[in-house]
Write a protein that binds this ligand. Structure first.
Ligand code: PMP
Length: 305
């Protein structure tokens, strides 16, 4: 099986999609990326892209911030992604990686007068946090403020911050880092949003906590409300609340809904997967595979029926 990429405005085998060493974004982190899941439904022999519209809308917004001219509409980007996946013919869970980038082979720190391009490819990818329940550590690396690098824009250069936190966490024996904002409130994981269950309600950091407004976060909020009648409160969260919450889970395109068992060597609840977390996980996993008719609007079929 050959994996294909859409690169330089055509479909080419992934192994042939290469960029030069002078490419601008390689030097200055001047690219915007997304991560989109294609979820394999074996019964239907189908891959469902989950909420691709929201992902590509977010990419368009990021491009505005970093002055990349993305010459495709959201619908065109979805179409390109579908065609790329059809050519590759995957029959498993995949992770789609679109990148809009400063593609000129030109040096100089700037955003203006540098040509742009777009590519997308996919790789087979199962679990991201490869554990049933994660052990997390609060990081000494903080999420940058909106006027440092806007954290809503998935700018590649920004992710050096996430990488610093992630490797520190792994080297300290944790599965994931929990980063604080500049004021010391809880912000998010390095590739996931964070939710606590406190007194039967979901509590999660807000946009002013330098938290990426994740699409899985939005999905979890809506599913909790619609399917479980559970409200979500977005607000400042303290470290004390993190340690003493009844339940905790992470959400992200790559990580799905991952329960958190321990933070800084303190058990969350009884250290097992919480009841509300478990229910949401089940609902979510049906929804993303196109198994819940109520939410088919969020699922885009890759293969023709
Ligand atoms: N926070 C960060 C820093 C991320 O990179 C991601 C992954 N995009 C998330 C949260 C989760 O966002 P989403 O649910 O849209 O994947």
């Amino acid at each position: 099986m050959t994996s294909y990429a859409y690169f330089h405005k055509q479909f080419v085998p992934l192994s042939e999609a290469k960029i030069g060493i002078m490419t601008h974004c390689l030097h200055y982190g001047t690219a915007v990326f997304e991560g989109i899941r294609g979820n394999w439904n074996s019964q239907q022999q189908q891959i469902y892209l989950f909420r691709p519209k929201q992902h590509y809308q977010r990419m368009h917004n990021g491009c505005r911030v970093i002055k990349i001219d993305l010459p495709y509409s959201v619908d065109e980007l979805i179409q390109i992604t579908i065609e790329m996946l059809q050519k590759s013919g995957f029959k498993e869970d995949v992770y789609v990686r679109p990148v809009a980038y400063k593609s000129a082979e030109a040096l100089g720190v700037r955003l203006h007068d540098v040509a742009d391009d777009f590519f997308v490819f996919a790789i087979p990818w199962g679990r991201y946090l490869d554990v049933d329940k994660a052990k997390c550590g609060v990081s000494s690396w903080r999420r940058p403020d909106d006027n440092v690098i806007p954290p809503q824009a998935k700018i590649t250069g920004l992710y050096a911050n996430n990488a610093l936190a992630k490797s520190d966490a792994i080297e300290h024996g944790f599965d994931e880092a929990i980063m604080l904002d500049q004021a010391g409130h809880i912000s998010e994981g390095t590739g996931e949003n964070i939710f606590l269950v406190i007194n039967g309600k979901l509590v999660t950091p807000a946009i002013y906590n330098n938290t990426l407004m994740g699409i899985t976060r939005d999905t979890a909020i809506k599913l909790a409300q619609n399917e479980l009648g559970i409200e979500t409160i977005e607000r400042n969260i303290t470290r004390y609340e993190l340690y003493t919450a009844d339940e905790c889970f992470l959400t992200g395109t790559a990580a799905h809904i991952t329960p958190v068992a321990e933070i800084d060597h303190r058990k969350i609840g009884n250290g097992e997967i919480g009841q509300i977390t478990k229910k949401l996980q089940k609902i979510y996993s049906d929804v993303i595979r196109g198994n819940n008719p109520k939410y088919l609007d969020w699922c885009t079929a890759v293969y023709k029926k």
